[in-house]
Design a protein around this ligand. Sequence first.
Ligand code: 3UK
Length: 502
Amino acid sequence: PELQYPPRLNCAALLLDDGARVHPERIAIRGAQEAWTYAQLQQQVDRIANVLRGPMRLETGNRVLLRGANCPLMAACILAVFKAGLIAVPTMPLLRARELGAIASKAQVNAVLCADSLRAELDAAELPAAARANTLCFDALQAQMANQSAHFDAVDTAADDVCLISFTSGTTGIPKGTMHFHRDVMAICDCFPRSVLQSQRSDIFIGTPPLAFTFGLGGLLLFPMRVGATAVLLEKLTPETLLKAIETHHATVCFTAPTFYRQMAALADKFDLTSLKKSVSAGEALPLATRESWRQATGLTMIDGIGATELLHIFISAAGDNVRPGATGKPVPGYQACILDHQGNPVGAGVTGRLAVKGPTGCRYLADERQRDYVLNGWNLTGDAYEMDADGYFYYRSRTDDMIISAGYNIAGPEVEDVLLRHPAVAECGVIGRADEERGQIVEAHVVLRAGHAESPALTAQLQEFVKEQIAPYKYPRAIKFLKALPRTETGKLQRFKLRDE
Ligand code: 3UK
């Protein structure tokens, strides 16, 4: 892909102002109530930018903490921060006061824009005094917008000025801030959506990931804008309401996590999903069982893609006929990937090792103490154990830290999960290693049963047999625990550390 950008670049000027000039009347964003054309979105964004640079007195490079569920105004706030030459620090809607305080102080935020419904946790958070004094809730923001001009000239920023500080959702619970430039925003729009997704102007994007998560920021705002398509931004979606919304809005592209697709597959026959052409799964490994049930329910070949906050978006993926069962895919054009051993040397095909990635959007941590762990000679180490086949397809095994070592065998939890998910009684499951005197670790499965099934010693034995029949018997779960629900992050990731701590 052509990833050369001019040295002076404001990503909002390119995404928004170009769109508003070329196709002002196309619908840019639909919310629960409103629908904004590109021209209307531009006016909203410009009014917010005028509030930021006028009454809020912010200066180029200042940082703005953003807090809101997916809705048109939240999208406009993010774009306004970019356009005004400021730095967006989006925060996940479910974060608590303590986490918000940590982010505000780590990112040294100068101001806050916050949805009124998410105000309580913000009020309880410890914020830098200047940011506290410069906090606007959406109601107050809208009142101020009315007094501002609907025109704002994009601030002339450098392509490598930081415009976004994104915090990792943290399967470990400790959020890390990562910095991204204006050109990184353009680069993700010009990689995965062009070569793998092949998005078009006629597309209608929908899905669940929050705009505060770069999976959602790209998939539900930046990618549609890059091609003049429409983004549907809805909050509090459930598998059922997302299916309904796909039907109502005639959505063509869906972005969500594997666990959502699993639940949607079971309900899909109640909805008209014929508009849907592409479904993208990311955030955690897509079990083959989920890929297959989604295909049975909708006829669609899921587009799996691995992305990371550190690298901004998806860097290995495959679509359509290029999908190979069990593999995430190949490096997205623009990116390179390889597998390294513990010394940092490349390993051959069929050997599991550490995934290393290079591309236009490398990791830059805000506090650089972890930089050396993530980036080695320009290669980004994502913390994932992967394997490559002779044709260059990449197969996910587990997080590097989550590999289970039992009686000398390496066992990847997700492989055992994929088998368990094929059992008719199993709705969700998570497999971890539990410390064991004799074997070092044993495989322990945490299972959520489907409605109509009850736990029993007989079912436990049946599940264990089921695994032994399909994969090497030493991988079977020696312990099985039944839960009502699995602990997950707001981004759909299983929190294995919580299963281990139980
Ligand atoms: C895991 C996957 C297997 C993997 C993300 C798309 O998830 C995103 O970013 P995070 O920083 O987490 C990164 C880690 O999540 N992962 C993500 N996708 C997959 N594992 N298969 C997948 N398809 O461990 C990775 O290192 O929260 C995803 C776009 C933007 C993102 N930020």
